[in-house]
Each structure stands twice: as structure tokens, then as C-alpha cells.
Design a protein around this ligand. Structure first.
Ligand SMILES: Cc1ncc(COP(=O)(O)O)c(C=O)c1O
Length: 301
């Protein structure tokens, strides 16, 4: 299944202020970010040449860094221009973008007060986060063993690389059992999110979603909530216990990479992707991809 490794692809990467060849975007093995996860990142998608919610993502990158006690040495405007330049330099119209900032090599102890802050932005073509056939039928989730940490234990509002350690392990465990992903509970035992997306449920025409008080309040989650309200669908943010999952009819994930993805199973609980999920899937695609109608017409014509 593995294609060309990511470090061996070709193209241009924005690296500390300029566009460089893919192969030249290197870091040394003695880099603080690698040893201590002093790194924050973003995941963005471009549709029809436009990066969706670029301002929100770029501001979140700045805020994620501040939470980890560092300042990104490029303004939001500079990073936005760099993201657009990466897209253009690689001739991408639809693509996934990965901005990342990390502490460099001047100090290699836990303290890194003097380390320079490095920033890179790469882009690649990443069509669907989940298997496209499985996606419309709904994907299957297992329950993860790890829980989202208490905000007093970890910087849960930062999109910090270190927080993904438990996500990779949880996703691996789920995949080994034949599931597509894992649902993580939080430190209190409430439903939180999956390893890379937020989650929403439908009960009697109303959307229910966990309060994002110890995990990312995703940009997709916020966009989908707005779209739902626009349709007159009530959105309730509240604590959701895993025992309640049997009372929901539909469930779906939302995130930049996964977009809106229906869920058919979570452990012993079953869901049937239905009208609300499919309408919000369509609404979301229309919102993020203004060129969608033209593409449909081109496909038909
Ligand atoms: C753990 C986690 N939760 C939620 C999300 C959804 O966030 P967004 O919609 O801003 O991409 C992501 C993706 O960035 C994620 O990695």
C-alpha cells in the first residue's frame, strides 16, 4: 500500500522563508523538536486552488506555538502568502497542506530558551483520508485504550505533535483489529474524538457533539455546526457518555483531512448513515469547494 516515501517525493517545500527543492528540506538528527516533541503543526486542504479557512488555520498555528511557549517568526500574513506560494509552485489545485513549526538545535536539554524556531510548509495530493468505498457506507471505529488528557496534564488546546503519540498508538491498535480508527474517551470517561477528527451524533433530528474542553475545537466541526444551524438543525454541545451511544441513529466524523465521514459502528454500537449526515456531507463539500459545480458539469458534459 505504501507509495513513494514522503521524504523522496519531488516538488517544492517552503522552508524558513524560501521555496526549496523537496530533497533539501532537511533537519538534523539533533533537533529539539524531534527529541522532545517541541513542535506544532496544521493540516489544511485546498479545493479548486483556494485553501479553505486559511486564516483560521494559520492563527491556530500561531496560538499552538504560544501555548508551547514559543513565537513563530513569521506573521499570519507571511505564512498565508507562503501557503499559497507552495500550492502554486507545485501546480496544485486540490491538495493537502502541512505547515509545521519546531524548535531547532542550539540547546539539546529539556530547556530550549535559545533555540531558533523553524517553520516549513509542504503540500501533497491526499484525496481521501479513509477508503472511499468504505466512507459512504460508514467507517467502523473501535474504542481506544488511551484517553484524551486532562487540560491540567497536557496543552490540549495546542495542535502539538506530542499529543499525537497516543493517537498513532490508538489508531494502530484499531487497525490491527480491522477497524478504520478509534474513538477516544477523555480523562473523565466522556466521549471525546477520534485520533484525527471530531465526532457528531444525530438523535431525532438533532445534532449532539461533545464539548471541546480537552481537545481541539476543530475548524471543520465549527463549519459543520454552522451549516447544520443554517438548515434549521439544532446543535447541542454537551458531555456525552459512551453508554449513550446506543440512543443515536447517525454518527459522523469531521476534520480537515477526513472532511465529513459517516460512521457505521463504534464498538458494539451500530449507526445507519442517513439524511442528516449526507446533507451535511454535501453542504460541507459545497462550502469548501466553490469549483464543485463546474467539476460536476464537466463530468456530465
Ligand atoms: C485530534 C484531532 N481532532 C480534531 C481535528 C479536526 O480539526 P480541524 O477540523 O480543524 O481539521 C483534527 C485535525 O486537525 C485532529 O487531529
Amino acid at each position: 500500500m505504501a507509495g513513494v516515501p514522503f521524504d523522496q517525493m519531488t516538488g517544492k517545500i517552503w522552508f524558513n522563508g524560501s521555496l526549496v527543492e523537496w530533497a533539501d528540506a532537511q533537519v538534523h538528527v539533533l533537533t529539539h523538536g524531534l527529541h522532545y516533541a517541541s513542535s506544532v503543526f496544521e493540516g489544511e486542504r485546498a479545493y479548486g486552488g483556494e485553501i479553505f479557512a486559511l486564516r483560521e488555520h494559520t492563527e491556530r498555528l500561531h496560538e499552538s506555538a504560544r501555548i508551547l511557549d514559543f513565537e513563530i517568526p513569521y506573521s499570519v500574513e507571511e505564512l498565508e502568502a507562503a501557503s499559497r506560494a507552495v500550492l502554486k509552485a507545485n501546480n496544485f489545485v486540490d491538495a493537502y497542506l502541512r505547515p509545521i513549526a519546531w524548535r531547532g538545535s542550539e540547546m539539546m536539554g529539556v530547556s530550549a530558551q535559545a533555540n531558533t524556531i523553524n517553520v516549513a510548509i509542504a503540500a501533497w495530493q491526499w484525496p481521501s483520508y479513509f477508503n472511499p468505498e468504505e466512507r459512504r457506507k460508514g467507517i467502523r471505529l473501535d474504542f481506544a485504550e488511551y484517553r484524551r488528557p486532562d487540560p491540567r496534564t497536557a496543552p490540549s488546546k495546542s495542535k502539538a505533535a506530542g499529543l499525537y503519540m497516543i493517537c498513532t498508538v490508538s489508531k494502530h491498535m484499531a487497525e490491527k483489529k480491522g477497524y478504520a480508527d478509534a474513538l477516544m474517551l477523555d480523562w473523565r470517561g466522556q466521549v471525546a474524538e477520534t485520533t484525527g477528527t471530531n465526532i457528531m451524533f444525530v438523535k431525532d433530528g438533532v445534532l449532539h457533539t461533545p464539548l471541546p474542553d480537552c481537545f481541539l475545537n476543530g475548524i471543520t466541526r465549527q463549519a459543520v455546526s454552522k451549516l447544520a444551524r443554517k438548515r434549521g438543525i439544532e446543535v447541542i454541545e454537551r458531555a456525552i457518555m459512551p453508554e449513550e451511544l446506543g440512543s443515536f441513529q447517525e454518527a459522523f466524523l469531521c476534520g480537515t483531512a477526513a472532511e465529513v465521514t459517516p460512521v457505521s459502528e463504534i464498538g458494539q454500537y451500530k449507526f445507519t448513515p442517513g439524511e442528516i449526515t449526507f446533507s451535511l456531507m454535501d453542504d460541507y463539500m459545497k462550502l469548501v469547494d466553490p469549483s464543485l459545480e463546474e467539476k460536476k458539469l464537466a463530468a456530465v458534459g
